[in-house]
Design a protein around this ligand. Structure first.
Ligand code: FAD
Length: 489
């Protein structure tokens, strides 16, 4: 059993693993390249505007609660989660909209406005997805090797989880209108893939969002890493910032981590840095040709005054969403007519901006840099014009005249800030062949004592799922090396 554990990266995955292992009595040190924790769950402050730079939706709060319970703490002492109402608003290009409320009855009325009989179809859809959710949730706490597929115990899952159906095809059977079908599959974009390409079992995100509802942490999304960092340090973990590890080696049973400040020894290592980057840059290996998620272009705007007409979360769909997604994922060209997302957290949490002012965070999905040009300046102005025109028409103002503070974040920034391969915002794509048994495992078979946690490993990306992954790694280390102790399959 290791005594000392080094964790490379203080993203939510690294912090949550540190908290669990420190709670179990291990000597844990986290090495982080940046000056603070959180990774992609980052924050930018300018003129008293507090911009959350990455995640904005809190789904599956039970997975967050589990982490605090594991460390024998109550999440309520660390984080205040508010259920949003409305959850979000969708704006279609023909001027119609669809609002998802906390109260499912009100949402049902919205559906009926768009398609008669659709609320009843939606109930049937949710019934089907809840069966998938019941099967998938326990799997989120297990690490599977591809060899486990040989175990007949798992074969029924192939049909029960609708493995060979796409998220889109699975949902389309319930609705005539593409509008509603888009509304119940766009969630695939939460993990950076197209609903036309990702398997139907990712519809558990639709379940989370409609059945479990959507939450916001009071004080902003950055309260999440802050809370988990406190959980970890309260349990005795140490964090070293501005410490970019540049090599990991194993020498006579001990791991050596080198960085500009020197080298550190440890009995075990958990890498939270991006999986593909770790293989090439930290371990000096070649990697197979993975498929990567899309990237995003982000604008963070501090506005002089409040807006009307927008909710906390807003989605603006393109005229032809199928073409939009095909340009991003297949053609790898900049979308002509982009769909985009607008986060206005000050609707719920005015403390994030000076009194009477508003935050606008605009996210536009774009191709990753795997084989792409990366010359974003050619497209930026055109994308901004389209985005502003649609927001202006909805809010009845000229956003451009209200901007007090302005920042942008480009696909290449995901590489320079967080070492994310190809600037693929959500890491490895969640395709069938990169999900579950086929996603990189949380432990190395070739190098005993080397573990992985984070979006590109099992069970997958998104804050709650990465937190579930930290449980897998902590249990592997604490129970190791016995096979079959619960989470090695
Ligand atoms: C724009 C955006 C929107 C998103 N929206 C949502 C959402 O609404 N809801 C949701 O649940 N999820 C969302 N996500 C996904 C979610 O943010 C990620 O899945 C999650 O934060 C990943 O955490 P992680 O621990 O795997 O990795 P990371 O956050 O990438 O952390 C890895 C850490 O490792 C550090 N590191 C890298 N290399 C080294 C090195 N050599 N030495 C030391 N440290 C190193 C990095 O600096 C970083 O701090 C979003 C992500 C983005 C970017």
């Amino acid at each position: 059993m290791p005594k000392t554990v080094a964790i490379v990266g203080a993203g939510v995955g690294g912090l949550a693993t540190a908290a669990r292992l420190a709670h179990k009595g291990y000597e844990v040190t986290v090495y982080e390249k940046l000056a603070h924790s959180g990774g992609r769950n980052n924050m930018l402050e300018d003129c008293a505007f507090k911009f959350d730079m990455g995640p904005s939706f809190v789904l599956m709060p039970d997975l967050f609660e589990e982490l605090f319970r594991y460390c024998q703490k109550d999440i309520k002492d660390y984080l205040t989660l508010l259920a949003l109402d409305p959850g979000y608003k969708i704006f279609y290009p023909d001027g119609t909209s669809f609002t998802v409320y906390k109260d499912s009855q009100r949402t049902a009325q919205e559906m009926e406005r768009l398609e008669k009989g659709s609320s009843e179809a939606f109930e049937r859809l949710i019934k089907e997805i809840s069966k998938i959710y019941t099967q998938v949730k326990p799997l989120l706490y297990h690490c599977f090797s591809p060899l486990a597929l040989g175990n007949p115990r798992y074969w029924p899952l192939i049909t029960r989880l609708k493995t060979f159906q796409s998220y889109w095809d699975f949902t389309k059977r319930f609705f005539k209108s593409d509008k509603l079908c888009y509304a119940f599959t766009f969630e695939a974009m939460f993990v950076g893939v197209s609903p036309f390409e990702t398997p139907a079992f990712y519809s558990i995100i639709t379940y989370a969002d409609h059945v479990q509802k959507i939450y916001h942490p009071l004080g902003g999304m950055y309260q999440i890493p802050r809370a988990i960092e406190k959980l970890a340090t309260d349990a005795g973990a140490r964090l070293r910032y501005n410490c970019a590890i540049n090599r990991i080696r194993k020498c006579r049973g001990t791991f050596l981590l080198s960085c500009d400040q020197g080298s550190f020894e440890s009995d075990a290592v958990v890498v939270n840095a991006d999986y593909a980057y770790t293989q090439t840059d930290l371990l000096g290996r070649k990697i197979p040709h993975f498929k990567y998620s899309c990237s995003v272009y982000l604008m963070y705007l501090g506005l002089k005054k409040k807006l009307t007409g927008l909710a906390h979360h807003n989605l603006f769909f393109a005229q032809d969403l199928r073409k939009n997604l095909s340009q991003i994922f297949k053609d790898k060209t900049m979308p002509e007519d982009p769909s985009f997302y607008v986060h206005v957290p000050t609707v719920t949490d005015p403390s994030l901006a000076p009194a009477g002012k508003e935050i606008l965070y605009i996210l536009v999905p774009v191709p990753n840099l795997d084989g792409g040009s990366g010359n974003f300046s050619l497209f930026e102005k055109r994308i901004q014009d389209i985005v502003f025109e649609r927001i202006n028409a909805t809010a009845g103002v000229k956003i451009q005249d209200l901007i007090e503070v302005r920042h942008a974040f480009y696909p290449s920034d995901f590489i320079s800030y967080y070492n994310i391969k190809h600037g693929a915002t959500f890491g490895l794509a969640h395709t069938l062949m990169q999900s579950a048994f086929f996603r990189p495992m949380n432990y190395e078979t070739a190098t005993n004592g080397l573990y992985y946690v984070g979006a590109s490993t099992q069970p997958g990306g998104g804050l709650p799922v990465v937190i579930a992954g930290s449980r897998i790694v902590a249990d592997l280390i604490h129970n190791q090396p016995a096979e079959g102790t619960g989470n090695k399959e």
